[in-house]
Ligand binder design. Structure first.
Ligand SMILES: Nc1ncnc2c1ncn2[C@@H]1O[C@H](COP(=O)(O)OP(=O)(O)OP(=O)(O)O)[C@@H](O)[C@H]1O
Ligand SMILES: [Mg+2]
Length: 423
């Protein structure tokens, strides 16, 4: 069983480029030891057998570092990495049976697609135990001689050793899966970005590893190709059922690809859950803002009895289920979170507040408005409205909030007080 378990992972790098402050220069007792940058802190993550886990977070939060630790390309500062029942902390990369796909493809430019796919396999298969009749010393010598003699011949006439036959089988199988059979004789420079990416995937697949690690493999592709390749990768992963950790900073990829998503920020994992649970029930403001596009709106409001007061004037009456959670916050400010899709357009009497339209983005299937509260230019909101509703810049419209869809966060800790989907 290939379950991946990360326990209390820490990673720090010495900060070699730190600038000394003038005070330190004057202070003879200060040490010259470089300070430490903590990149990953207390990461706990379990990826179940066959699961597609997406690790998502902003640039620089430590996603690639975590992947490189798993692949064995970096050493841990503290913690444990388990692959099934094996602790692999100290295992070299090639013994880990983990294949990694990088953002920049990392293909060998002088090898054609076939040889790029075969490259890693050659070393792997050399170490495989051959069936006994092939392993006989006499057979091995004959195979070696025939391979050497026929090497200068055209490819079709060359003798293929038992190993080469096995390699060919594997290469063709993964080329077929990725529909790149017609490209096997081409050099990487003769391929498009999407084709290169499929070759890079093929190289990982043909190794038939226990775990796939993918580091933003789609970020070099244009939007259309990215969407196509996204669904191909998901289908492929389901077919192969290989435990996968996929890294991205794109929330759409996270929402559409993962069985579960781990949201990361500043070296820590903030929430691990299936996509829709993260969307409906984010643990804090960061997750709420990061997942969902366009992002959630946040308003500072004051709790007064069963009302939330916006901008000292407009009132939103909340459901009873929220009330109990708000007891400690009576008379205080909290953060109200509302997604752009959770507003309604209303007549004046039934609305919560009037707004002025600032920007209109009509996408055809839906329309997004940037609006600000009437009489308060600084209180801006992003609102989704039905495409058939026609508005123009400067219009006044009346909005109400879908009160069963709101999220409440502590103003200072930014942690969730209540989300509509919370039980
Ligand atoms: N070898 C290193 N020495 C010092 N700092 C490093 C090293 N490798 C990475 N870092 C730092 O660790 C942090 C996390 O880097 P990492 O590459 O893991 O981010 P990331 O989440 O993959 O970002 P991106 O989305 O931009 O790829 C960054 O601040 C980076 O500068
Ligand atoms: Mg990265």
């Amino acid at each position: 069983m290939t379950k991946v378990i990360l326990k209390k992972i820490y990673k720090s790098f010495p900060d070699l480029h730190q600038k000394k402050s003038p005070i330190e220069d004057l202070n003879p007792t200060s040490s010259d030891q470089p300070s430490i940058t903590h990149i990953l802190r207390s990461i706990d993550l379990t990826i179940e057998d066959g699961e597609f886990m997406v690790l998502v977070g902003p640039s620089g939060c430590g996603k690639s570092t975590l992947l490189r630790l798993l692949a064995g390309l970096e050493t841990l500062t503290a913690g444990e990495i388990w692959l099934g029942d094996h602790l692999i902390n100290n295992l070299p990369p090639k013994k880990r049976d983990i294949a990694m796909v990088f953002q920049n493809y990392a293909l060998y430019p002088h090898l054609n697609v076939y040889d790029n796919l075969a490259f890693g396999l050659r070393r792997m298969i050399k170490d495989e135990i051959l069936p006994s009749e092939n392993n006989h010393i006499f057979n091995r010598i004959i195979q070696k001689i025939l391979t050497t003699i026929t090497r200068p011949f055209p490819k079709k006439l060359r003798y293929l050793s038992f190993q080469e036959k096995r390699i060919r089988e594997k290469v063709y199988k993964s080329a077929q899966l990725l529909q790149i059979e017609s490209l096997l004789n081409r050099l990487p420079k003769e391929l498009s970005g999407g084709q290169k990416q499929r070759v890079a995937l093929g190289r990982a697949i043909s190794r038939d590893p226990q775990v796939f690690l993918m580091d933003e493999p789609l970020s070099n592709l244009d939007a259309k190709l990215r969407a196509d390749t996204r669904s191909q990768i998901v289908q492929l992963q389901k077919k192969l059922n290989t435990t996968t950790l996929y890294v991205t900073h794109d929330q759409t990829e996270a929402m559409t690809m993962g069985d579960r998503i781990a949201v990361m920020d500043q070296g820590q994992i903030l929430q691990i859950a299936p996509p829709l649970e993260i969307y409906h029930n984010p643990v804090n403001r960061f997750v709420a803002q990061f997942i969902g596009s366009p992002p959630m709106n946040f308003l500072e409001v004051i709790v007064e009895g069963k009302f939330l007061i916006i901008d000292a004037y407009f009132k939103i009456e909340i459901n009873n289920e929220y009330l109990e959670k708000l007891n400690p916050y009576q008379g205080q400010s909290i953060l109200l979170g509302i997604r752009p899709e959770h507003f309604n357009l209303n007549d004046r009497e039934n609305s919560h507040f009037p707004v002025i339209v600032d920007v209109v983005e009509a996408l055809g299937n839906e329309t997004y408005l940037s609006v600000y509260l009437k009489d308060n230019f600084e209180l801006k909101l992003k609102v989704r409205i039905p495409p058939e509703f026609f508005v123009k810049i400067g219009d006044l419209i009346n909005l109400s909030v879908q009160i069963d869809k709101i999220h409440l966060f502590d103003l200072y800790t930014e942690k969730r007080i209540y989300s509509h989907a919370q039980n």
